[in-house]
Every structure is written in structure tokens, then in C-alpha cells.
Design a protein around this ligand. Structure first.
Ligand code: F6P
Length: 535
């Protein structure tokens, strides 16, 4: 099927996407809707044959069987011998899911109930700090123990009625210092979030936050909670079991905010809104499981991505939320997509013959328009754009802002599609009175190639339910891409080497350290750092 798709690409290369709109129904045919979430991929150079071949590619790769295996709790994370069951965390009224002979759902439900009880106590003031009701929550974690909640908490700002949440992730002391500075330790609750409870950044930040609190609070551990799969380590840290929120190793770090890692979200918006968030994800899970591939939103989003990256050779894709509260979505998706699918070896350990995960990047619109859209419109490389937009905002009194936002979003996808020809640019410049070489040069500067692909994801309003749908959509996209490409999307061996070397280098950072053993490529920089520090 790969070859057939390459042939499709050759044919598409001579075709402008606008030609496909000679079919007046293209907008309807190349879009899908589920539970109010609408995905339009009509502005891509995918025609009926290409779409059929992409679907066949997914079928040949065994996406459907693998999907069944994932939802059933089979150990599809083969390199780590684990099930991949983040979907169980939102399987609110779904069937039993058995792993190693045991139904995991009672444990999931108990975990959610424990989170809800704790959140109710914190939000009501029944659980208080040394200075009374908790006003601020600090989540200390990194990667999957940070990015999900750090993305969702601002996204759901209109639903906040709990303590303010802050996120510390970087080992750079600046992150800790700046976030803690305005807080009162006596009314602050610290959540130490780490699946392994060994991650260097998190452990160092947790220890420093503990010391910060100990300066003003007699029993700092009483204002700490832990979220982890590693019960021994949380006990060693001194956090009592009633404030340890455990989860199982079948929840991958970057897929984990649906359970205890989402505690900060639940504290901010309350258990009911958190449940709506889970319901949105569950609705997407059901759609993903039930809809035929040709009408299946995650499958189509994935296949559009494969078409653009593997077949057309576009190296990156931009995620462009016209939704300011989704400002951390690109960073979240960078981990979700690039840590999952940034691989070069197949499931059975063979080198792949093509690049796998595209580079994902982006910024909320309209800010991006005044920054990098120049390149998107006139740069030589093609960047497929994924627009995300709600029809309405949460500020009725500022509806005129929202209408401006919407028109900008839709205008950008139209501009990318249509472009502007030399003739039109020439006419415009001539109308301004330019002539001769100046007219030609100015007209050339104002040409837009157009024919640049984009997709649009649209919904009514950004609610917890909708956000749950969107995140689950992207999770399943990663899954489909991973299966089609024959890789394991659920391990991340590529993060290990740097961690090991940082550990090895740590002693050389000490003042007066012996630098004899350092690699020749690194030694000069270590020496310079020492000199600059005056050590
Ligand atoms: O280094 C990468 C990573 O392992 C991610 O996969 C993970 O989300 C992050 O570190 C944090 O890990 P932990 O939750 O165990 O602290």
C-alpha cells in the first residue's frame, strides 16, 4: 500500500487542492463529527483513491485488531511487558478490563473516589494547612507528571472554583524560586507527582519545596501528597499512605492525567468537572472503538498525518489552537507525539527505513500569525497546519473578540489553501502606481503559493467534556500512527542516555572537582563553566 500511496502522491503533486473542491460536497465528505466535535480534512490533497489507500494501509497494519488488544488490556507495550490502559481510567460505566487475571476497574474506581474525597476535603477546608484553608496547590512533576495537568488547568480556567494550581517541573532552581515566591507555605499543598518517584528533577524540587515549607510549617509532610506507582519510595519520602494516590504501571506517564496524576486538575475544577473531562475522553474512546476506519476521527487524523509526513515528506506539523487557554497544548502534544512515536526501530528491533514521528510545534492563534506564519505562508517548506477552534468563548460580553478570533482562524486556512497568484499581486501593485522593475519585484514579494494543507477541529465551547474528547483524539492518533509504522508508542528508551550522562557528569560540576575523566568534547565547556563560576 505504501507504493500505491506514493503513486497517489505523484499524481497529487500536479494538483492544486482547490481542484478537489470542484466536488461541491467535499466539505461534507472529508469531515467527520462525533459528539459535537467536528474534524474537517477537506483542505488536504487527499482524494477518494488516496483516502481508500490510507484506510487500507491501516487495515493491513492490523490497526483494528491492535485496538481491540489495547482496550482489552493485552500487553501491547512489548518492550516493557505492560498493558496500555489509560482508557481504563475513564471507563466510567464500561465493562470489566482484566489484566493478569484481575479486573482493574474496581481499583480505578476506588482511586477516583479517593481523589474526589481528598479534593472535597481540600476545597471545603476540612483538610487545612498550618495557616487554614488551602489557597494554593503546587504540582511538582515533569514530563507526563506535569504537562497534562499543566495544559488542562489553564484550559479549564472558566471552571475553576478551587485552590490556585501552580506547576514546577524544571530542575532549574529559577522555576522553583519564581513559583514559590508569591505563595504562603502555611496555606499551600504540595503534590509530588512521579510515576517512578525517582526522577531527578522531581525529587530535587520536592526536597527543596519541603525545605521551603519547613521554614514556616512545623509539620511540612502534613501538607504534602504523593502521586506515584512506587509506594516504597513515597513512604521513604515521609508521605503517609492516606495521602498517597497510587496508580498502576499500565498507565504510561504521558497518558496518565486521567487518574491520580490529574489530582491538581480535580482540585482546581472539582470532581464533577473532572468526571466530565473523563466522560469526554470515554466518548472518544467509544467512537474510536466503534466507528469504521473510514469515518473514525482518530484514524483519519492519524492517516492525514501519515500522508503528510511519510508520503508527502513534510517534516513538521503545526498545532494552532485558536483558543488562548490551550496555550500549553503544543507542549503537551510534543511529549505525547514525539516521545511516543519519535523512534527509528520497529517493534521487533529492526531499523526502520523511513522517518517516523514528525516534529510537532505551535502556538495559539492569533499570536502565531504575528510571528511564524510568514514562513508557513511563504517559506519554501510546507508545514501542514492543524487549526483548533471553538464556535463560542466563555465571555459573552467579549463575543466580538471571539468572532474576530474565528474569522482569523478560518481566514488562515483559506489563505493557505488559495494563496495569491503573481497576476493578482501584479494588479494590486500596479493599482498602487508601481511600474517596471519595482512593480515586478513588489508583485513577486506578495505572491502566496497556496496549496498548503490544513485541517480544522471545531467544537461549540471548550468545556471539560470537549477537552477530554480532544486529548483522547490525539492519544488515539498516536496509537494508530504507531501501529501503521510498526513501532512501540509506549516506551521511551531515547530519554535514557542523556539521563545517564547527566548523572555521570554531576560530580564534575562540584567546585574543585577532578576533571581528568571527561570526554574531550565536553571538558572545555565544563572548564569554562568552572572558570565563570570562579571555582
Ligand atoms: O524522561 C522521560 C520520562 O520518563 C517521561 O516518560 C515521564 O513522563 C517523565 O520522565 C517523568 O517520569 P516520572 O513520572 O516517573 O517522574
Amino acid at each position: 500500500m505504501w507504493n500505491a500511496l506514493k503513486t497517489n502522491h505523484k499524481m497529487a503533486s500536479d494538483r492544486h487542492i482547490t481542484e478537489l473542491f470542484s466536488d461541491a460536497d467535499r466539505g461534507a465528505k472529508y469531515s467527520v463529527e462525533t459528539d459535537g466535535l467536528f474534524f474537517d480534512f477537506s483542505k488536504t490533497n487527499i482524494d477518494a483513491q488516496t483516502r481508500a489507500n490510507l484506510i487500507a494501509l491501516a487495515q493491513d497494519a492490523g490497526v483494528e485488531a491492535r485496538r481491540t488488544a489495547m482496550f482489552a488490556g493485552e500487553k501491547i507495550n512489548e518492550t516493557e511487558d505492560r498493558a496500555v490502559l489509560h482508557t481504563a481510567l475513564r471507563n466510567l460505566d464500561g465493562p470489566a478490563i482484566v489484566v493478569d487475571g484481575e479486573d482493574v476497574m474496581p481499583g480505578v474506581k476506588d482511586g477516583l473516589a479517593k481523589m474526589a474525597a481528598f479534593c472535597d476535603a481540600v476545597r471545603s477546608g476540612a483538610f487545612a494547612g498550618a495557616g487554614g484553608k488551602i489557597t494554593d496547590v503546587v504540582n511538582i512533576g515533569i514530563g507526563g507528571s506535569d504537562l497534562g495537568p499543566a495544559m488542562v488547568v489553564p484550559a479549564l480556567a472558566p471552571f475553576h472554583d478551587g485552590p490556585k494550581c501552580h506547576f514546577i517541573s524544571n530542575v532549574d532552581g529559577a522555576d522553583l524560586a519564581d513559583k514559590l515566591a508569591p505563595l504562603n507555605p502555611k496555606t499551600t499543598l504540595v503534590l509530588v507527582a512521579s510515576k517512578t518517584f525517582t526522577t531527578m528533577e522531581t525529587m530535587m524540587n520536592a526536597k527543596s519545596a519541603f525545605d521551603w515549607m519547613a521554614k514556616e510549617v512545623a509539620e511540612p509532610a502534613a501538607q504534602f501528597a504523593a502521586i506515584s506507582t512506587a509506594m516504597e519510595e513515597t513512604a521513604q519520602f515521609g508521605i503517609p499512605a492516606e495521602r498517597v494516590f497510587g496508580f498502576e504501571d499500565w498507565v504510561g506517564g504521558r497518558y496518565s492525567m486521567w487518574g491520580p496524576i490529574g489530582l491538581s486538575i480535580m482540585l482546581a475544577v472539582g470532581p464533577e468537572n473532572f468526571t466530565d473531562f473523563l466522560r469526554g475522553a470515554q466518548a472518544m474512546d467509544r467512537h474510536f472503538q466503534d466507528a469504521p476506519l473510514n469515518e473514525n476521527m482518530p484514524a483519519l487524523l492519524a492517516l492525514v498525518g501519515i500522508w503528510h509526513h511519510q508520503i508527502c515528506g513534510y517534516g513538521t506539523r503545526a498545532v494552532l489552537p485558536y483558543e488562548n487557554r490551550l496555550l500549553r497544548l503544543p507542549a503537551y502534544l510534543q511529549q505525547l507525539e514525539m516521545e511516543s512515536n519519535g523512534k527509528s526501530v520497529s517493534l521487533d528491533g529492526k531499523a526502520l527505513d523511513q522517518t517516523v514521528g514528525p516534529i510537532v510545534w505551535g502556538e495559539p492563534g492569533t499570536n502565531g500569525q504575528h510571528a511564524f506564519y510568514q514562513l508557513i505562508h511563504q517559506g519554501r517548506q510546507v508545514v501542514p497546519c492543524e487549526f483548533i477552534v471553538g464556535a463560542e468563548g466563555h465571555e459573552p460580553e467579549l463575543d466580538h473578540h471571539h468572532k474576530a478570533l474565528l474569522s482569523n482562524c478560518l481566514a488562515q486556512s483559506e489563505a493557505l489553501l488559495l494563496g495569491r497568484s503573481y497576476e493578482v499581486a501584479h494588479e494590486r501593485m500596479a493599482a498602487k502606481g508601481l511600474t517596471g522593475d519595482a512593480l515586478q519585484a513588489n508583485a513577486m514579494q506578495r505572491v502566496f503559493a497556496g496549496n498548503r494543507p490544513s485541517t480544522t477541529l471545531m467544537y461549540h465551547k471548550l468545556t471539560p467534556f470537549v477537552l477530554g474528547q480532544i486529548v483522547a483524539l490525539y492519544e488515539h492518533r498516536v496509537f494508530v500512527e504507531g501501529v501503521v509504522l510498526g513501532i512501540n508508542s509506549y516506551d521511551q528508551w531515547g530519554v535514557e542516555l542523556g539521563k545517564e550522562l547527566a548523572q555521570k557528569l554531576a560530580p564534575a560540576m562540584e567546585d574543585g572537582a577532578d576533571l581528568g575523566d571527561l570526554h574531550v568534547a565536553t571538558a572545555p565547556l565544563v572548564k569554562r563553566a568552572h572558570a565563570l563560576r570562579g571555582a
